[in-house]
Write a protein that binds this ligand. Structure first.
Ligand code: SF4
Ligand SMILES: [Zn+2]
Length: 361
């Protein structure tokens, strides 16, 4: 998989941008205390995610579009990006901020250990109440970096790409390059500093049938809650350029999941966990994808609306009263698909096919 992903990423193109301005998006969200807010999601233009740059990254990830690929952003560039953030999304209007680099906020290759406290200090001085960021688990193991966050903010949370609790699926299908043990170790350290940690769970994994995909997401959510994750975010796979999912999608061998998949996962989650599960990636995604997950033109916006209401309230009535549309039959049919080969054999076959397509044999 490493060889395939590295080859695919050779085509990565940079989106021309100003190194003194980050990308800023907005997301309506529900906080841990159930209050609603509009949260700015800042994507600093930093060096790219190390996993993506050195090993080709995860099979569906388009975060190269958020990074600076050809030029290393300077200390001043990153300070200017933070100043721009403060000016554009002031804390008086947006008390909760998600402040990300192009991969892992605690990776010193993206934000140096010298610069990170400077940026945190600027945000604290502006008065943000709550700080959220994203990070791979291996960068959440250094105590001095983790504890430092709490010196600046009382409320801190981090989103971690867990994707699947199944090692084979996480590393062979998604090419995450992580060990479960690392998530557990990171969780212990985060707990010690009272930092909430949320799991991103991929829904719409390449190589899996719809049924396997849904079942794996449910298992992974249960695993996450058992191991102290505060919330889970079901990330519906969309199509980003220069990814394995794009290559398979172009050849008719992969499709983003239907929205019914997310609904099925919510229904299968135990009641006590359900309201802590959010669905993302169906109406807005960073970077903007080539294709979103969808149902059918007849029910897409209605179902998406219900999911937005679900995310904002955690009220299961929005899911129970979901309009039934003809296209649910297509989903039910997909749920009954029985592959002729087991998952490992299927992965091996498709990888061979991809290698051939890429001329890697
Ligand atoms: S999903 Fe996260 S860890 Fe994976 S390549 Fe993208 S930025 Fe890196
Ligand atoms: Zn429909």
């Amino acid at each position: 998989m490493l060889k395939i992903m590295k080859h695919i990423r050779k085509e990565m193109k940079e989106v021309p941008g100003n190194l003194n301005k980050p990308d800023i998006y907005f997301e309506e969200t529900r906080r841990v205390d159930n209050s609603h807010c509009l949260m700015p999601l800042v994507a600093l233009k930093t060096n790219p995610c190390r996993w993506l740059a050195t090993c080709g990254g995860c099979s569906m990830c388009g975060y190269q579009l958020a990074a600076s690929l050809s030029k290393k952003p300077t200390r001043n560039n990153l300070i200017n990006q933070t100043k721009y953030t403060i000016k554009t999304v002031p804390s008086s209007i947006y008390p909760l901020i998600t402040f990300n680099s192009a991969g892992s906020f605690l990776d010193p290759n993206e934000i140096s250990d010298e610069l990170r406290p400077v940026l945190l200090g600027m945000l604290k001085k502006e008065g943000y109440e709550e700080f959220n960021f994203e990070c791979r688990p291996e960068f959440l193991l250094v105590e001095k970096r983790v504890s430092q966050l709490k010196k600046y903010f009382d409320i801190v949370s981090v989103g971690i790409g867990l994707e699947s609790s199944n090692d084979f699926i996480r590393n062979e299908c998604i090419h995450k390059g992580t060990q479960l043990d690392t998530y557990i170790k990171a969780g212990k350290l985060l707990n010690r500093y009272n930092i909430d940690y949320d799991a991103y769970i991929q829904l719409g994994k390449p190589f899996l049938t719809t049924k396997e995909d849904v079942e794996d997401a449910v298992k992974t959510a249960k695993f996450a809650f058992k191991h102290g994750f505060t919330r889970v975010f079901l990330m519906l796979c969309n199509i980003q350029p220069t990814t394995l999912t794009y290559l398979l999608w172009k050849r008719g061998k992969f499709k983003p999941p239907m929205l019914w998949s997310a609904i099925e996962v919510l229904k299968r989650l135990p009641k006590e966990h359900r309201s802590k599960a959010y669905v993302k990636g169906f109406n807005r995604a960073v970077p903007t994808p080539l294709e979103f997950p969808q149902n059918c033109p007849k029910c897409n916006s209605q179902v998406a609306d219900k999911l937005i209401h679900w995310n904002l309230t955690g009220d299961f009535n929005h899911i129970k009263t979901m309009p039934k549309c003809e296209c649910i039959k297509e989903f039910e049919k997909k749920m009954k698909d029985k592959p002729k080969k087991d998952l490992r054999q299927r992965v091996a076959t498709i990888k061979k096919y991809v290698q051939k397509e890429l001329g890697l044999n």
